[in-house]
Design a binder for this molecule. Structure first.
Ligand code: EPZ
Length: 432
């Protein structure tokens, strides 16, 4: 299995280009098949979850053509199947968007239940509630979500929780339903707004994305479009915290600073210097950072997808911090791995009490999921000695060229193979 080999202690310095937002891209590439004309999508992150979904679109007959590394043309006019089930689709969370797109366009969808990071129960009851309120009959059988509708009629839908996936899925179905739909208590993340803007670029009529209520007027059909995905808020935040954890000085380029405000505020609170410009931020940490209390909340609160990375940074800060995870039930699994590196934690329910230590030491660790994996990379970059991180396929699901971008900032990180001990021996010999 592929693994990262890291020699810590190098402050990150220089500049890094942020790619397109994974959690916008997954909704956008699937929504693209709702048009019967070609759609060109630019600034598409080259991450595994995107590749899995593009393969699934190809598998049901859509034409998928890569124009370059980060640009794809999708033509939904040739879709010939509404049944999607394969071992890869079952592993990713974003596969649930295939239900919304196929149900909205063909009034029928049979899609394998989604997988995704093991960070909680991750139900889909709010997705199903929205589909049913729009007129679909939804059953779960043989590991599949089966949705069918005679007609799709607009409805007034109140979400029990501001679910990102359910908000995007309901927007897709409502876009081609008859009449008006209102989604109350929707998610407001930047990627929700990006998917709404994309649907509108194809002729949908969606207003209020990013606010407390989204209003949708259904249209007959959607047309082709050319669209560029927003920068990835979480990739940007991850590099900001990596810069801070290593005492670095990094320009994080191609970002929307407003999307990073919660992260910038916390970094500033603990003593890092963050300067915001039009489309980049500059992070400098020239002293040991202090403690803070962090509570993950739906946007615009502190993002749950930045919780492991922030907790890791606080593990090195001076003082005691409390990190409360309010979105997912089991998003602290990585703490056992950080303890192997010398971190000092107590976990009480959904809160981690973090007593900062002067330094972490390198160790062999295992990535339990995507963002925890990124957090372990940050820990390895800051630690004294060598850290080997196994199961990096989780990390590759959401970060494009992660090791390459870090090397360009001065990190000593290479990809090895856990089945070939010699690679690690060569790395140890090379880095000393
Ligand atoms: C999306 O997951 C993201 N994934 C997650 O990012 C992110 O952590 C999450 O939103 C929150 O921002 C993708 O976009 C592919 P939710 P999703 O529905 O849609 C509960 C990453 O690292 N809920 O907003 O699954 C749920 O249990 C990944 O990129 C219901 O109760 O998140 C959770 O407690 C990890 N019923 C909360 O809502 C439902 O029907 C938030 O879930 C749906 C959700």
């Amino acid at each position: 299995m592929k693994q990262y080999m890291i020699k810590g202690g190098q402050p990150l310095r220089g500049e890094v280009q942020i790619g397109g937002a994974k959690n916008a891209a997954l909704g956008i590439i699937v929504a693209a098949i709702m048009a019967d004309e070609p759609v060109v999508i630019d600034n598409l992150p080259q991450v595994d979850d995107v590749k899995v979904l593009l393969d699934a679109l190809d598998g049901i007959g859509a034409k998928v053509e890569h124009l370059d590394e980060n640009t794809v043309r999708i033509d939904g006019s040739t879709v010939s199947d509404v049944i999607v089930d394969d071992e890869y689709i079952r592993k990713i969370r974003g596969s649930y968007y295939l239900v919304g797109a196929l149900l909205g366009k063909y009034k029928k969808a049979v899609v394998a239940l989604p997988g995704g990071c093991q960070i909680g129960s991750r139900p889909i009851d709010q997705h199903i509630k929205g589909f049913e309120q729009l007129g679909a009959k939804v059953t779960i059988h043989n590991g599949m979500i089966d949705a069918i509708a005679e007609n799709l009629e607009g409805s007034h839908i109140y979400l029990d929780c501001p679910s990102v996936g359910a908000t995007i899925n309901i927007m897709m179905v409502a876009a081609l339903s008859n009449g008006k739909t209102i989604i109350e208590n929707p998610a407001k993340e930047p990627h929700i707004v990006d998917v709404a803007n994309f649907l509108n670029s194809m002729g949908a009529n969606i207003k209020g994305a990013g606010t407390d209520a989204i209003r949708i007027r259904g249209v007959e059909k959607l047309h082709g479009s050319e669209y560029s995905i927003i920068p990835d808020q979480i990739e940007a935040g991850t590099f900001m915290l990596a810069a801070a954890a290593t005492g670095g000085d990094v320009y994080i380029k191609n970002v929307i600073p407003k999307h990073l405000e919660a992260i910038t505020a916390k970094l500033t609170e603990i003593g890092a210097k963050v300067r915001e410009y039009d489309d980049y931020v500059h992070v400098v940490a020239d002293k040991r950072l202090g403690y803070a209390n962090v509570k993950t909340m739906p946007y615009p609160g502190f993002p749950t997808d930045m919780q492991p990375q922030m907790t890791t940074l606080l593990a090195l800060s001076e003082g005691v911090s409390i990190v409360t995870e309010t979105i997912f039930e089991t998003r602290f699994k990585y703490i056992a791995e950080l303890r192997r590196m010398g971190a000092n934690f107590n976990v009480e329910g959904n809160a981690a009490i973090v007593t900062g230590v002067e330094k972490l030491t390198g160790a062999d660790v295992v990535a339990p999921d995507l963002r925890a994996g990124a957090a372990l990379v940050i820990a390895g970059l800051a630690a004294e000695g060598i850290t080997v991180i196994d199961q990096i396929h989780y990390i590759e699901r959401g970060y494009e060229k992660f090791d390459e971008k870090l090397r360009n900032l001065g990190a000593i990180i290479e990809v090895g193979d856990s089945d070939d001990e010699r690679e690690l021996q060569k790395f140890r010999f090379k880095v000393g």
